[in-house]
Design a protein around this ligand. Structure first.
Ligand code: SAM
Length: 273
């Protein structure tokens, strides 16, 4: 749906959406001119900005592999699924754990209209429309309750999402409510835009934040390491802890230097004791 002429009536093409901007960064096709305008503005500040989206997505894939293979987890609650892309959580998880159940949650009308059908591609994957920053809405949802067993370990993903939240309640408090609902042995993965708090890299993070906040998308907060660490209350961080997404158990040795933007997105996996 590359042009505004073909947009379904309920989709407001005068506002950029997080899911469509992310899709544009990942070279997807489910985005409009207004979304690509955000990408252009961000690239003026950081020409390699797409690398942040790729680092995040590849983190999601490696984390899913790790949790399914080594954690033996068979239930996934993926908050803020995004639009379907090359490798989605259920495909990665079910390759390793064929009986794995995955519930995706999102509230974007394009994801609902179009992604839902592609993400719900077998009877072990389900899609819920809810606000991921209101844990009760997700946890009490009938589909979540029907398909996930909260007496067995669950993997909960908040990947590339909570930096788009700037409400009254602290992100740590939102995460605590989710974590409290999970049984022992569960895993929680978070990825988040980082302000690296160094004289070299902080100005880049602040400029990127300024572009995101003043763009037609309007969200994207770069938080500090301490703020992001506080989002794993009561969890033991799996080694190597909170690190750049690109450095979390990479697939091979690094043979090229990092682009500066790659220092502005971090992730970690925590396990509930
Ligand atoms: N988690 C995927 C990943 O890491 O590749 C997609 C990340 S994408 C940047 C963020 C997703 O969160 C978008 O699909 C967006 O629609 C969704 N999202 C943002 N705020 C949300 C909210 N309040 N409730 C539900 N979904 C939300």
């Amino acid at each position: 749906m590359p042009s505004t002429q073909t947009a379904p009536a309920q989709i407001d093409t005068t506002k950029a959406s997080i899911a469509r901007v992310y899709d544009a960064f990942l070279n997807g096709k489910d985005n409009y001119e207004i979304d690509r305008e955000v990408v252009r503005r961000v690239r003026k500040v950081a020409p390699e900005a797409s690398q942040m989206a790729w680092d995040n997505r590849e983190f999601l894939i490696r984390v899913t592999r790790f949790i399914a293979a080594q954690g033996g987890i068979k239930q996934f609650l993926d908050l803020g699924s995004g639009l379907p892309t090359a490798e989605n959580t259920h495909q990665v998880a079910q390759r390793i754990q064929p009986e794995a159940r995955v519930v995706y949650v999102d509230n974007d009308p394009v994801v609902l209209a179009h992604g839902r059908a592609l993400l719900e591609d077998n009877d072990q994957t389900h899609f819920v429309s809810a606000d991921i920053f209101v844990p009760r809405e997700v946890l009490d949802n009938e589909i979540v309750q029907r398909h996930l067993d909260f007496t067995e370990p669950i993997a909960l993903f908040q990947l590339g999402t909570i930096h788009h939240y700037a409400g009254e309640r602290s992100p740590a408090d939102i995460m605590r409510e989710y974590i409290d609902a999970l049984p022992s042995g569960s895993y929680v993965a978070i990825s988040h835009f980082l302000d690296p708090e160094t004289p070299e890299l902080s100005p880049l993070a602040r400029r990127l934040e300024d572009v995101f906040l003043h763009s037609p998308m309007g969200t994207g907060v770069f938080r500090t390491r301490a703020e992001i660490e506080s989002m794993f209350p009561g969890l033991e961080l799996v080694a190597p802890g909170l690190v750049l997404c690109v450095n979390w158990w990479p697939d091979g040795p690094r043979i090229k230097p990092l682009d500066p933007v790659q220092n502005c997105i971090v992730g970690a996996v925590g396990r509930k004791p």
